[in-house]
Design a protein around this ligand. Structure first.
Ligand code: SF4
Length: 321
């Protein structure tokens, strides 16, 4: 039976407890009794920051693929993306289920008929290979009809709604062309939660002008909103973004590994103990990433964060209000 999406996640356990922060894999194993692997999907949605209804050119850090795979534009239809993704992960792990992850652009910025069409592609795989449906979208493109549609889906499968906050400061959000406010984010989380959806909040540490205090403030807002999951990563400068030009002009600095681990520790200390960290670092195709170019991989970074918390004698939630 599917876990109750409104239930408060279980306390820290296993390796997450030893690390001092709560990671996704053990949480999924405890919740579903098996491993889940992510299958990234591109539904060909658009974004109000790109089509001119709010802005053009996108958020300053976002590349032209809308932070996604660009698969649909390459001619791979959605059903094939899903089928191929499931086959790929099941070759590695025949017993696993998948997180069907609509990653690119704003997936509720569509007409109702289009969302129905997109979700219909999941039907043959629901309650079989798919354990979770995750949709990324913006806090200001979440109409009531979309929430109602996702709430109906959530009666059959766990649904995660991924919402970008990025930084808890309206001036920073304006400077990076997000075209929504912190209040929009808070309101969207509240409405999604009222519909029984688990919300995963996104944050970026190191945005220009945000600083270490900004990292702390963002964690405090994500904690106050009660997002079930958190994705956080360092500012990355990618090719084909607004930030690329500013970085080439020397106007933007990115964090080195040491500073990022310190800021991340501040951030994690201010989350609630039960919030699950879906990711703590970003990655991008080597050909697209301009800065920062770190030597650390994900495991190194996880261990460095655990070491930093141990050195401070703190853990996730130590400084939560
Ligand atoms: S990050 Fe999201 S909201 Fe911003 S431009 Fe990219 S797709 Fe649009």
């Amino acid at each position: 039976m599917r876990p109750d999406p409104t239930s408060v996640p279980a306390p820290l356990h296993g390796t997450a407890g030893e690390l001092g922060f709560r990671t996704l894999r053990p949480w999924l194993a405890a919740r579903f009794g098996r491993t889940l692997h992510r299958v990234a999907l591109d539904a060909g949605s658009d974004c109000p920051n790109r089509d001119g209804s709010k802005g053009r050119g996108g958020c300053a850090y976002c590349d032209v693929e809308g932070s996604g795979t660009g698969a649909l534009k390459s001619g791979v239809d959605l059903a094939s993306q899903l089928r191929t993704g499931i086959e790929r992960v099941r070759k590695r792990d025949p017993d696993c289920r998948v997180v069907a992850y609509f990653q690119s652009y704003s997936n509720t910025y569509v007409e109702p008929a289009r969302l129905d069409e997109v979700l219909a592609v999941l039907e043959p795989h629901l309650q079989r290979e798919i354990g979770v449906v995750a949709l990324a979208t913006r806090p200001d493109t979440l109409p009531d009809w979309a929430l109602a549609r996702l709430a109906r889906l959530a009666e059959r499968v766990e649904v995660w709604l991924e919402l970008g906050l990025e930084a808890a400061d309206d001036a920073i959000l304006a400077a990076i062309n997000r075209h929504h406010s912190v209040a929009d984010f808070r309101g969207a989380v509240e409405r999604a939660q009222a519909h029984g959806l688990l919300v995963v909040g996104h944050a970026i540490l190191g945005l220009p002008g945000d600083g270490r205090a900004g990292a702390r403030r963002t964690a405090e807002v994500l904690a106050a909103c009660g997002c079930a999951g958190i994705k956080v990563h360092q500012l990355m400068v990618l090719r084909r973004t607004i930030f690329e030009k500013r970085w080439r002009a020397g106007e933007i600095e990115t964090l080195d590994e040491r500073a990022y681990v310190e800021w991340l520790a501040d951030f994690v200390e201010r989350l609630r103990p039960e919030q699950v960290l879906h990711r703590i670092t970003g990655d991008a195709p080597d050909a697209d990433l301009l800065a920062p170019r770190w030597e650390l991989d994900k495991n190194d970074l996880r261990n460095r964060l655990a070491d930093e918390l141990r050195r401070r004698g703190t853990r996730q939630g130590s400084r939560a209000n």
